[in-house]
Design a protein around this ligand. Sequence first.
Ligand code: GRF
Length: 190
Amino acid sequence: MVRIAILASGTGTNAARLISHFRSDARGEVVLIGCDRPGAGVMQRAWDLGVPSYLFNGTMLQRGVVQAELRRFGCDLVVLAGFLRLVPSDLVRDYAGRMVNIHPALLPKYGGKGMYGDHVHRAVLAAGDTKSGITIHLVDEEYDEGRHLLQVPCPVLPGDTPATLASRIHELEHEHYPQVVAQLVDQLGR
Ligand code: GRF
């Protein structure tokens, strides 16, 4: 059984989907939720769903404290689900090929530092793009640059606001992220 950690900074809807997926898929289990924001919704979700959670700050992340915690929990795979910090290189190296991220746009467009959440959707709308989508990719030492595992487009509709576009994209994320993570789990479990 592959032991999965999720790192998140926000509301945690993707984290909740992943937790529930692996409650009926015995190949993996979400054993830890790590969060860098006190009061983030994902902490409440972890509590409600009975998954151990771990709160840390940027200094702890830089000093390897988070890395040690992931090891202590025996985590085989790290899933970033709305995690806003750059992951330090030694942690990326520790989990090379075993750390995945989801981005709410079709990378390489609208990626990089500062491009998260509504900032992405606003930029897509401001550019007048007629499609956006999601990108699920492996994590390397730069923001949003690792190898793509899956991209799924969706239309940008006339009259879209950042909120309506975000909600369409969230639906795609909820559908596809558990599937892609399950494929990785399958590969790792062999
Ligand atoms: C998602 O849109 C994801 O693509 C981005 O952050 C958002 C997290 O949403 N990286 P949630 O906290 O899972 O609801």
